[in-house]
Design a protein around this ligand. Structure first.
Ligand code: CA
Ligand code: CA
Ligand code: CA
Ligand code: CA
Length: 552
């Protein structure tokens, strides 16, 4: 951290002219303190003329300059809550981009069918009664592993490939019961049916028809949960991201989704599928352009030929082929930012027990529970292995994040330090400029006073001498008048001399009066210049102190 002058020290030396308005206006980064980090914003706009929105022009005089720095300096320190225009709530809003990858529980428990149009009473009620999946759910609770809300059939509630108002009613009932209105997490729509195969068509028109239906589902869900991250299970498909893919473009649907949920399921026991599944997830990251979270579905269940999803990968293959490649997947954008998955979910369904156990419907609740427990404990094992992989990735993510934050903080502190130098220089420069401007003005006034006072004295002398000459001429004229009479030559000569002296005296008097008023004017300017310097002195002291504090 940089060492910054304390608020109290600053307040003590600065002339406080700042209003609370200016105080919170100067908190540019809305962290309730005015410091060098705000100075960075101001100094980056220094000497810039402002047009329109220009927050750094604190005194709103159309330019960002040292006067604005002084306003900021005068409000240095904490901003009280009531003055604050802080938008911290927004800034602190969680962003998936800054969060480590998470493990999610996407297991399809039969209890969920209580709200679905498919399933039926026996399926959900027995599951509820015998607490299906209790070990996995307890493990998830203990390890803070959240449930990924999945809705089978998406908004098309009766799975008949047509969206009706009735479908929407069913969907809303499920949504209200499952996902809070302000939910910001992931919601996975599982929409397969007849569309799933059609999605592989190389005919853009055909694929666009599929996309239109998916988007109709998506937009309805997005409208109801605008903050949630919503997409479709298994989309984009592996057939879409395959480098040899001949499928038509699905980018329009990628762009419409606010999250992607590709799956890394595989049906090749004993064969290493990590490379192609890693590539699949990396392509999804690339297609999302780092703008939407990618959640991967992994499942240990697989099928061979056409006898259904009866089998399970061993724990090692499940991790090696699906989980690790998904967690390792990485895509780097043009700015050099690396993008990874936001989470990975375990998917499996208890309905397979119902499907693949002969005479299931005749089994008692206890007998069903026994079969469920076996699967339940397997899920705990798979999840524990997944957690180990996710934990390592999360730790690496958090460490990189901490390093990036430390770097950003260092850069911000360096910028803050630099901005203090820039601000100090700007204040000092402005103070020097003001001082030399006023000093020059005083010097000019002093020179004028000297010049004008000598011409004033000169005019005064001339006037006095003309006055003396006049009174002499007047005396002589009177004497001549008395001695020789009005018609005499002497009288007329003295009269002419008297008139000339009077004229001359009047001219000198006029010059004298002009010189006197000019002199008085320059004396006033000299006083004004002195006063201007005196009244600026405290501002200059404040500016000098501010500059000193910024450079110390
Ligand atoms: Ca601030
Ligand atoms: Ca300004
Ligand atoms: Ca329907
Ligand atoms: Ca495999």
């Amino acid at each position: 951290m940089t060492t910054l002058p304390t608020a109290s020290a600053m307040t003590a030396v600065l002339v406080t002219t700042t209003t609370t308005f200016a105080a919170h206006q100067a908190d540019f980064n809305n962290d309730n303190v005015i410091d060098a980090h705000d100075l960075v914003v101001l100094t980056s706009n220094l000497s810039q003329p402002c047009e329109g929105d220009c927050p750094s022009d604190l005194n709103q005089d159309g330019v960002t300059d040292s006067a604005d720095i002084m306003i900021l300096m005068n409000s240095w320190g904490a901003v009280s809550e009531e003055d604050s225009n802080s938008q911290n709530d927004e800034a602190q809003q969680s962003s998936w981009q800054n969060e480590a990858p998470v493990l999610l529980d996407a297991v399809y428990y039969d209890q969920y069918t209580e709200l679905f149009s498919h399933g039926g009473y026996d399926r959900w009620n027995t599951a509820k009664e015998y607490n299906q999946g209790e070990h996995t759910q307890a493990w998830c609770e203990e390890n803070s592993v959240e449930v990924l809300p999945m809705v089978y059939g998406a908004v098309d509630w009766d799975h008949d490939n047509v969206l009706t108002d009735e479908d929407k009613e069913g969907f809303v009932t499920w949504l209200e019961a499952t996902v809070p209105a302000d939910y910001e997490g992931a919601i996975c729509l599982d929409l397969e049916g007849q569309w799933w195969g059609t999605f592989d068509s190389s005919n853009q028109f055909v694929v666009d028809t599929v996309i239109d239906f998916f988007i109709a589902n998506l937009e309805y869900a997005q409208e109801l949960r605008p903050n949630a991250k919503i997409g479709f299970w298994g989309f984009p498909k592996k057939s879409h991201t395959n480098p040899n893919s001949t499928t038509a473009s699905v980018q329009r649907l990628v762009d419409a989704c606010t999250a992607l949920f590709p799956d890394v399921y595989e049906n090749n026991p004993g064969v290493n599928d990590s490379f192609r599944l890693n590539r699949h997830v990396e392509t999804c990251l690339e297609w999302s352009n780092g703008e939407k979270p990618v959640y991967v579905h992994a499942s240990p269940r697989y099928k061979l030929n056409s006898d259904g999803y009866r089998y399970f990968h061993d724990r090692e293959e499940f991790i090696n082929d699906q989980v690790q490649p998904a967690v390792d997947a990485s895509w780097t954008d043009a700015e050099g930012n690396e993008h990874k998955i936001a989470g990975i979910a375990l998917w499996d369904a208890y309905t397979y027990i119902r499907m693949y156990t002969e005479g299931f419907s005749q089994l008692s609740g206890e007998e069903r529970k026994e079969l469920w427990n076996e699967l339940d404990l397997m899920h705990v094992d798979y999840l524990s292995d997944m957690k180990a992989v996710v934990d390592v990735a999360a730790e690496a993510f958090n460490q990189a994040q901490a390093e990036a934050e430390a770097q950003a903080e260092q850069a911000a502190n360096e910028a803050a330090q630099e901005s203090k130098q820039v601000a100090a220089a700007a204040i000092s420069e402005e103070r020097t400029a003001q001082q030399s401007r006023l000093t020059r003005r005083l010097e000019d006034a002093n020179t004028s006073v000297i010049t004008r006072s000598s011409s004033y004295r000169e005019a005064s002398r001339s006037y006095r001498s003309a006055r003396k000459s006049f009174s002499k001429a007047k005396k002589r004229f009177r004497a001549m008048k008395k001695k020789y009479g009005k018609s005499s030559k002497q009288y007329r000569k003295a009269l002419a001399a008297h008139r000339n002296a009077l004229k001359r005296m009047r001219a000198k008097a006029s010059t004298f009066r002009t010189a006197r008023s000019t002199f008085r004017a320059v004396r006033v300017e000299q006083n004004n210049a002195q006063n201007a310097i005196a009244s600026s002195a405290s501002n200059w002291t404040a500016m000098a102190n501010a500059a000193t504090m910024l450079t110390n």
